[in-house]
Design a protein around this ligand. Structure first.
Ligand code: NAD
Length: 296
């Protein structure tokens, strides 16, 4: 069984590391936040004092960090982990970052004799806790075969999107659509409420009609409609609006670079830009409802 170093134990990485522990993997964990580290230590992980300490004895390194700059900072450069890892180590970056950065990191890994996969996830914090994430993987098929037992401890669906960076490209397409769907769902619910409808009844109607989507079925943005979603706990936890803004920016950069048209993605990015600038960056992305309706 692989020995795992897990770096980045936030809303997603924390429960993912706990699932690895529950499935019998040895996990050395590190996060800049002592609070996040303590939760994984309480579940049986070794609390490392730094990322370099976490990789001691590890055959697989998993990272779950906010953005590309954190991933590059962790692995590249004289102080980066690539300079310290033994040849043959498998690195699985589960963060959502731009495909260009993912390819750059993968090339640097290869140059050091390391194996690297980009493996961003879908399924939210509930999927991370339940071990039902979808992994969207870019890299060599042989490296994915090696990673599979580790990924299966944290997820249910594993897709091979293509070579290095392809996992990130697929993930960004998905999240652009998610941002559009969440904003659209919030707009539709606000329109109904403004016209006297009960948001719960309207949500049930949409869930059984042609407007249904992941938000209406599993992640309703309106407070009180669904239990156990961020909307019903003042938008705490979940997927922060600032991270959705990052992903919509990545989609826009990808569209620019490839001369693709993405008018709806661009509109969603602008909505989230305003939303974040209004101080909602740390709130879950379903709080975009506030853009359409004043909540009490
Ligand atoms: P988060 O902010 O809750 O967690 C990130 C963690 O990384 C934090 O605990 C932070 O302290 C830690 N960190 C940052 N730099 C570090 C470093 N150099 N060394 C060690 N730890 C460091 O974010 P999250 O919601 O867990 O998201 C992580 C990634 O997963 C992001 O790329 C996000 O886009 C993606 N994602 C999130 C969700 C979701 O629903 N939250 C779903 C799918 C994908």
């Amino acid at each position: 069984m692989e020995n795992i170093a897990f770096i980045g134990l936030g809303n997603m990485g924390g429960p993912m590391a706990v699932n690895l522990l529950n499935k019998g993997f040895k996990v050395s964990a590190f996060d800049l936040s002592a609070e996040a580290l303590a939760k994984v230590a309480a579940a049986g992980g070794r609390a490392a004092s730094s990322a370099a300490d976490a990789i001691d004895g590890a055959s697989v390194v998993i990272s779950m960090l906010p953005a590309g700059k954190h991933v590059q900072g962790l692995y590249l450069g004289d102080d980066g982990l690539f300079a310290k890892l033994p040849k043959g180590t498998l690195i699985i970056d589960c963060s959502t970052i731009d495909a260009g950065a993912a390819r750059k990191v993968a090339e640097a890994a290869q140059a050091q004799g390391l194996a690297m996969l980009d493996a961003p996830v879908s399924g939210g914090t509930a999927g991370a806790a339940a071990g039902t994430l979808t992994f969207i993987v870019g890299g060599e098929a042989g490296d994915l075969a090696r990673a599979r037992p580790v990924l299966e401890a944290m997820g249910k669906n594993i897709f091979h999107a293509g070579g290095p960076g392809a996992g990130q490209t697929a993930k960004i397409c998905n999240n652009m659509l998610l941002g559009i769907l969440m904003a659209g769902t919030a707009e539709a619910l606000a329109l109904g409420v403004k016209n006297g409808l009960d948001p719960k009844v309207l949500s049930e109607i949409i869930s059984k009609s042609s407007g249904r989507n992941w938000a209406t079925e599993l992640y309703n943005p309106w407070p009180g409609v669904m239990e156990n979603v961020p909307a019903s706990r003042n938008y705490a936890g979940g997927f922060m609006s600032e991270l959705m803004l990052k992903d919509l920016g990545l989609a826009e950069e990808t569209a620019l670079q490839s001369h693709a048209s993405n008018p709806l993605g661009a509109l969603a990015r602008n909505l989230y830009e305003e939303h974040v600038q209004q101080g909602n960056g740390k709130l879950d992305f379903s709080s975009i409802v506030k853009h359409f309706h004043t909540l009490n």
